[in-house]
Design a protein around this ligand. Structure first.
Ligand SMILES: *Cc1c(COP(=O)(O)O)cnc(C)c1O
Ligand SMILES: [Zn+2]
Length: 484
């Protein structure tokens, strides 16, 4: 295929371009991040976004079935035959009526984009399919990543299904067991490095370039091309009417970077008129973006104040500050996509908020209580929404789409601890005392005895006998359900 895609440096005073056949994770001239760009004038684009929807009629064809490649004209860097897809992106935007009501929003205005439904259980699959496709194009055999867990799970799955050797680097003791179990099960070579995620990533970047491993972290610009499609699917679910807000957790800041690029391009191509606003939510213990933005660092037309960023990191080093949060997927102190995230904030008139671990766990329980299992990092969106509603940044009548980035079964330790106060040896939480949450739903210990069971159901012992005989029982007190 004669390609219309190329790689380009995001630094406007450099803007160097590179062939997509090159494997790069930063500009070879100035070291800045790279975008994938397209010569849209040569790209066969549909006249309206509706055309993508029609692909559902031909969903036996893998590229139409994929929630990523169904939008392939909007990431046109690969010939169809090169695409590595495992059917990712079958995710949906769910109207969270009860949760929205609980948060005091207008009926029907809260939507959850449930990316936990991906093959490896997180949104990472959207990016991995695109990066593996590029790896296949350039003939890579071995692929690697540093990971807080989900990147390694996703990499391991795609490597296993597409015949690559996968190598994952994880920080010692920093990974939720659900995620580690996936990397092991899918057969990735798993290296546990002493140190945190930031250390791991620095190491894997060095190792990759020296040993010729293809790097799958979100410094890989192809990853972000796949992640743009999360936004296309949200638009599709809303009949191509952009919501007022998109809310996403911020870790390495790849997702929010991809979202900004998606909307920028759609507007540039005349496919949408209005761009939603963006809220990126940091955990308080990993709040680099929040702190920098509140210190006045901005995209500034691409001329980001590098000295201020360097000073910030130097100060973090001096004070030996390391990221620390229950939301392990966003426990990152040096987000590699920082500048692209600043660009997204600019494109989408974005805001950044930070939330505490307690708020994250309460929000997670609330999401779960209304039927969506998600991991702590994902619930940062709901904790952030609560805060932004309370301080008036978002108003009750606005339409909000929160991205639930990862599945609840990824980190069961956090959930069980919240509900029971019991923690497993591996659980990262709690910091100190075993206080469990407002929505704690503790299992009740009960003897193997009918009367004891009746009592623990809160039923009246005397009135019960006939009812039991009749096949059902009348409750004398309300069972512990919240009524809506
Ligand atoms: C990777 C990940 C994040 C962070 O996304 P970034 O693109 O790194 O900001 C958030 N939540 C979950 C579940 C993740 O796996
Ligand atoms: Zn450059």
């Amino acid at each position: 295929m004669k390609t219309i895609a190329y790689q380009q440096c995001i630094n406007p005073t450099c803007s160097a371009t590179f062939d997509i056949g090159q494997v790069l994770t930063s500009c070879a001239k100035c070291g800045e991040l790279l975008d994938i760009q397209y010569d849209w004038s040569k790209a066969p684009l549909p006249k309206s976004l509706d055309a993508f929807q029609q692909r559902w009629q031909s969903r036996r064809f893998p590229l139409d079935y994929s929630g990523v490649w169904r939008f392939r004209e909007l990431l046109p860097f690969a010939a169809d035959a090169m695409v590595c897809t495992v059917g990712e992106g079958q995710t949906f935007l769910q109207n969270a009526v009860c949760l929205g009501k609980e948060l005091g929003m207008w009926p029907g205005q809260l939507w959850l984009q449930y990316e936990g439904m991906n093959p490896s259980g997180s949104f990472k699959d959207n990016g991995m399919t695109a990066a593996f496709t590029h790896a296949r194009i350039v003939g890579a055999r071995r692929v690697a990543c540093a990971s807080t867990g989900n990147t390694s799970a996703s990499l391991a799955l795609y490597a296993a299904m597409n015949g690559f050797q996968g190598v994952v680097f994880i920080g010692s003791g920093k990974i939720a067991f659900g995620k580690l179990s996936q990397a092991l099960d899918y057969g990735a070579l798993t290296l546990q490095i002493e140190g945190d995620f930031d250390t791991c990533l620095a190491r894997v970047r060095q190792v990759s370039s020296q040993l010729g491993l293809y790097l799958m972290n979100s410094v890989n610009p192809f990853r972000l091309e796949g992640q743009k499609t999360i936004m296309y699917r949200i638009l599709e679910s809303l009949s191509w009417q952009p919501p007022d807000w998109i809310i996403v957790p911020g870790g390495n800041l790849g997702n929010c970077s991809a979202f900004g690029k998606a909307f920028h391009e759609l507007r540039q191509l005349g496919l949408i008129k209005r761009i939603p606003r963006l809220a990126i939510i940091n955990a308080e213990g990993a709040n680099t973006l929040y702190s920098m933005v509140h210190a006045g660092i901005s995209w500034n037309g691409g001329h980001v104040n590098q000295a201020a960023i360097d000073g910030f990191y130097a100060d973090m080093d001096r004070r030996q500050l390391h990221a620390h949060t229950v939301a392990s997927a966003i426990e990152i102190g040096r987000p590699v996509n920082l500048k692209k995230a600043l660009r997204s904030l600019d494109v989408m008139k974005g805001v950044v908020a930070q939330v505490s671990d307690n708020d994250i766990l309460e929000a997670k329980a609330m999401v779960g209580r209304f039927g969506f299992a998600c991991e702590p990092a994902s619930a940062a969106t709901i904790a952030g929404l609560r805060q932004l509603l309370a301080n008036g940044t978002i108003s009750r009548h606005e339409r909000v789409a929160c991205v639930l980035t990862g599945h609840g079964l990824k980190d069961p330790d956090a959930t069980v601890y919240y509900h029971t106060g019991v923690r497993t040896k591996e659980a990262k939480y709690p910091p100190a005392e075993p206080t469990w949450g407002h929505l704690a739903n503790k299992p009740i210990r009960v003897a193997d005895d009918l009367q004891a069971i009746i009592r623990s159901l809160g039923l009246d012992e005397k009135s019960i006998d006939q009812d039991v005989a009749g096949g059902y029982v009348e409750t004398s007190r309300e069972l512990p359900f919240i009524e809506y």
